[in-house]
Write a protein that binds this ligand. Structure first.
Ligand code: SF4
Length: 503
């Protein structure tokens, strides 16, 4: 998963798709909203792709749309309420214009399809997490036959992606697996996304090559427990995420490889070695711990102890140069005492996370924890949330300040949303770096998608601020950087020593 904040992503996707053609059949104009995690973002890209192939286009204006689609998240009640209220507000429109189609997709659709349909009879399409590539056909059926439901989780979701429909043409997500075999007691994902299924290595490599050929420089591999990748691929042959990383590292044109979200039970020495040795694999690991208390971890059914987590991180710190760590916490899970919470605070201090994301426990029907008494009062959850935020702020401020004076290689993403005269990008440690853009707009725009050296001059707890090096400084830095990279090659496992995996 893991528990993710809600966001609205449709304007991003509109940037990547052709603008609305005045001649488009109004029935084929789609208004799109996406909630939830990165997996939903990627699913939405695939939906946009299949819709476009079938003559649909996107519109930002729901009044112009013939179809409104909502890709949903079930992790928190609040996220579900927002979508239901948005869909509720379309009742009048649907009554006036029966041709207008409303679709509910993703986890909410998968979770309680019949109940949702019953309560919201004006929804035309309920489509879960495994059938959305049939969307054009399902929409046609909804027009001709009335409301449709497509929620078969056993459907094999296969596709060949040859282009990147994401918001930035130099970055892309790749789903390497779907579903989750874990049984975390607070989580609805195993129900909404089904059992874990990994994609074959060769399919992922082909997809990554096609994306690199289209100009993608950074890929992020997605999976609910991405580091358990491969465990069911070929029984008897031990295939893991590390094998995939070795293959992806060889692809020309790709510069950075990231992966989210990992589970502490599946971090192993080979994977840690791959992170340490492969020059394109970033040194940033998002490893949700959820709590610093063993009793809480047991009640959450996370399958590891704090001590196991600690040992994993010790190994990462010993092996991976400049290792950076992020995590998720849940506060106010049933039975969390003051003492248990203090242990979480202690762990946060001890681990020195670069970033952490804290979520107040929210009971979800159909999870094991739903039967436990939600016994931590809301003000206490709020207080604990605030406390973790404050500790994290202090740690991040110190950690980000340590970068001042260094030169970071930054993948430039574009103008800052707060101040378009400044540009932003990310370094390999996944930190945001902001710098003054060149005055001439065309020069500034030409930087987007490039990896450039930025001298870091200031910092906050969330952002680094720097200066783009001028050509002369850049040349010196590039020389220094390539010297460094050549030196680091010495530590690489030679390609011959890696068994090629064709599945
Ligand atoms: S069940 Fe656990 S491991 Fe699986 S998605 Fe949910 S929180 Fe993550």
């Amino acid at each position: 998963m893991c528990a993710s904040p809600v966001f609205k992503a449709n304007p991003d996707y509109l940037q990547a798709t052709p603008s609305l053609d005045g001649d488009t059949d109004p029935k084929k104009r789609v208004y799109f909203e996406v909630f939830g995690c990165q997996m939903n973002k990627l699913d939405a890209e695939l939906m946009v792709g299949t819709l476009m192939e079938n003559g649909y286009s996107l519109t930002e204006n729901i009044d112009e749309a013939g179809v409104a689609l909502y890709v949903t998240c079930s992790v928190r009640q609040q996220a579900e309420n927002r979508v239901i209220s948005k869909i509720g507000s379309l009742k009048k429109r649907k009554k006036e214009d029966p041709n207008f189609l409303i679709g509910l997709l993703g986890c909410m659709a998968q979770n309680q399809p019949e109940e949702t349909q019953k309560k919201n009879p004006h929804i035309d399409v309920i489509c879960g997490t495994a059938e959305f590539l049939r969307l054009p056909e399902i929409l046609d059926q909804a027009r001709s036959e009335g409301p449709q439901m497509a929620i078969d989780l056993k459907k094999n979701l296969t596709y060949q992606r040859t282009q990147n429909l994401g918001p930035k043409n130099f970055q892309a997500f790749i789903s390497v697996m779907r579903g989750c075999d874990m049984v975390c007691s607070f989580c609805i994902v195993p129900k909404t996304r089904g059992k874990e299924i990994s994609k074959p290595v060769t399919e992922i490599v082909d997809e990554a090559k096609a994306l690199a050929d289209c100009g993608v420089r950074e890929i992020t591999l997605l999976g609910q427990t991405v580091n358990s990748y491969g465990k069911c691929l070929a029984p008897g042959r031990k295939i893991g995420l590390q094998h995939l990383l070795h293959e992806l590292n060889k692809i020309n044109g790709l510069d950075r490889i990231r992966f989210i979200t990992s589970h502490p039970s599946f971090m192993n020495d080979d994977l840690i070695d791959a992170m340490a040795d492969l020059e394109k694999v970033c040194e940033y690991l998002h490893l949700p711990v959820q709590s610093g208390d063993d009793e809480q971890l047991k009640a959450m059914r996370r399958g590891y102890t704090v001590d196991h987590y600690r040992k994993v991180i010790d190994k990462c710190r010993q092996r991976i140069p400049n290792f950076r760590l992020a995590t998720d916490f849940i506060v106010g899970f049933p039975g969390e005492t003051d003492a248990a919470f203090e242990r979480t605070c202690d762990l946060l201090h001890e681990m020195q996370y670069q970033n952490s994301f804290t979520f107040k426990y929210s009971p979800r029907p159909d999870t094991a924890a739903f039967d436990l008494e939600d016994d931590v009062p809301e003000p206490v959850k709020q207080e604990r949330n605030q406390r973790l935020l404050e500790i994290q702020k202090e740690i991040s401020t110190k950690m980000y300040a340590e970068s001042v004076g260094s030169i970071d290689k930054v993948l430039i993403e574009g103008p800052s949303q707060k101040d378009p005269k400044r540009y932003t990008g990310r370094n390999t440690a996944h930190q945001i770096v902001v710098f003054d853009a060149p005055e001439r707009a065309e020069v500034a725009e030409g930087l987007v998608g490039k990896i450039l050296p930025i001298q870091i001059e200031a910092s906050t707890n969330l952002t680094l601020f720097g200066r783009l090096l001028d050509t002369e400084e850049k040349e010196k830095t590039v020389e220094a950087c390539s010297d460094h990279e050549d030196a680091s090659q010495g530590g690489l496992i030679s390609p011959e020593s890696i068994q090629r995996i064709d599945i």
